[in-house]
Design a protein around this ligand. Structure first.
Ligand code: FUB
Length: 331
């Protein structure tokens, strides 16, 4: 009797081990299948070089605005003549639209379609761009406007809103670049920009005139690429730091500061000296959009490519360091 009981117990144990093995086999087969269907989504645009991403959430879509890196493979300076626009409903699939704006659409500019950002107000889309000024030495910020997020856009002001002679803290000629805009909860709009020095100014409700003096903010090791955004009750100012660039950030309870430096948000972006970010919330998730020089064999600092990865906040509102991935956002 005792022997029969022991045999029964052994056979139950053997059979449950086999079941366990089978479950593990199924799980690992499933995970292999999942890996097989994982898409390589970064960079998100592979047939053109794209840089300096800015993103706008409007209705149920995200619109991505990027500079077009057009430097031939043997040229190692920026060649950027136009901006590109893409849209997506899921952050994984992107649709290209016709070229909506060129640097030469600003009659007063002589070229260089550098970093930009689009914002919507009262059904109009305002596109703040950095270009080279035709008659005033240095870079300048212009504004284009459209009734649609995909354009066509036209010069909204007929002249630059910011020129190099308006900012005198640094003598470099390319300090008036990388515009970033926000409309605060009380309706007040602000324009941030800069290289070496971070500037900001209030904008009038028409979005094309300044509404007060230009002010500066002293961020540690500020290089360029300020991006202003609000998430829950905090304002965040992320920016490119040092060179080659990482992205750092500071946060504040008020758009006028004081700003509390919170450290590095994104490490050096593969194979690119610059590292230019946009941060958005879309359909309940947060995203970090940036560029790398990742397309091989010719990608690099002057042939960059836009990538997207998830961004996560800690419970205290600080941002977790970004993990850049090859897979990017899966549908
Ligand atoms: O694309 C030209 C410049 O490179 C941008 O203005 C900077 O932010 C850097 O990405």
């Amino acid at each position: 009797m005792k022997n029969i009981f022991l045999i029964l117990l052994l056979s139950i144990l053997v059979s449950s081990c086999k079941t366990g093995q089978k479950n593990e086999d199924t799980a690992s087969a499933n995970s292999r299948n999942t890996n097989q269907t994982t898409q390589i989504n970064n960079p998100i645009i592979k047939d053109k070089y794209t840089a300096d991403p800015a993103a706008l959430v409007y209705k149920d879509k995200v619109y991505l605005y990027a500079g077009h890196d057009e430097a031939p493979n043997d040229v190692n300076t920026y060649r950027m003549n136009e901006w590109l626009v893409y849209s997506s409903s899921d952050m994984a699939n992107w649709q290209e639209h016709p070229v909506p704006l060129k640097a030469t659409d600003f009659a007063w500019a002589k070229g260089d379609a550098w970093a930009s950002q689009v914002i919507e107000r009262n059904g109009k889309f305002y596109w703040y761009v950095a270009v080279s000024h035709g008659t005033i030495h240095g870079k300048a910020i212009g504004i284009a406007v459209s009734d649609s997020p995909t354009g066509p856009f036209k010069d909204a002001l007929g002249k630059a809103i910011i020129t190099n002679d308006m900012t005198t803290q640094t003598k470099i000629s390319w300090d008036d670049i990388d515009p970033s805009v926000i409309i605060d909860d009380d309706g007040q709009a602000y324009l941030f920009w800069g290289n070496t020095v971070c500037n900001y100014v209030k904008l009038k409700e028409n979005m094309i005139e300044m509404d007060g003096p230009i002010q500066t903010i002293d961020f540690p090791k500020f290089t360029e690429a300020p991006w202003i955004h609000k998430h829950n009750k905090w304002y965040y100012l992320s920016y490119a730091t040092e060179f080659p660039e990482k992205i750092a950030y500071a946060r504040s309870k008020s758009i006028n500061g004081p700003w509390e430096y919170k450290g590095i948000l994104n490490e050096l972006a593969g194979n690119s000296n610059t590292n230019h970010q946009a941060i958005i919330d879309f359909k309940g998730k947060s995203y970090f959009i940036y560029h790398t020089g990742g397309i091989q064999p010719n990608g690099g600092s002057f042939r960059r490519s836009v990538c997207v990865d998830r961004l996560y906040y800690n419970k205290d509102g600080t941002m977790k360091r970004v993990i850049m991935t090859t897979e990017g956002i899966q549908k």
